[in-house]
Design a protein around this ligand. Sequence first.
Ligand SMILES: [Fe+2]
Ligand SMILES: [Fe+2]
Length: 202
Amino acid sequence: MDAGLKFSRLVGALRAGEELAARVALGQSRLAPEPWMRRALQAQARQEQRHAFFAATVETMVGAAPRNPPVLGPLGDRLETDLKAGNFAASVLGLQGVLEHLGEALLERLGRHPHPAGTLLHELRERVLAQERGHTRLGGRCLAAIGTGNQKQTIADYEGLGLETARAVAGLLDDARIDPEAFWRSVGAQLASWRRAAGLLE
Ligand SMILES: [Fe+2]
Ligand SMILES: [Fe+2]
């Protein structure tokens, strides 16, 4: 696959991630036990919708790939399952704890890419990253407020699914001439620091 095609698949993966985040945040706002959480999650869902629109615009600029990369499949399925089961804490671990950190790491890399769409990507990175960091903090606050109980297995499941997704993304980064090692370092550091901040490390 040539570098241009890989790049457009990366942007497609980002767009699909933002669409998934919008759906999940909206679902979470219906499950959240406190009014402040419901409001904050509705606001997050609106922001994710704008991110998806922004990513779709970049996707059009770089030329959409012929088919969507299937990188979000198992992680997305698990998020939808936890939402359907009404498991708010698990969905927060999956979205704000794992998927959002993958998105951040991907945005960091894409925003540095010397592509004709680079200026727009830089804009996307600057504006969106600040909001994504707010979303991961919101996830930590929600977990602290509800008290999560023993979530060891859920955390292990989501981290496994997140790493599987990150592996698929890193494969696309490699041939799009974006440093996959830097992506991995960023994913690892972000997951560890969020777990520490959310009090999820033993
Ligand atoms: Fe987003
Ligand atoms: Fe987000």
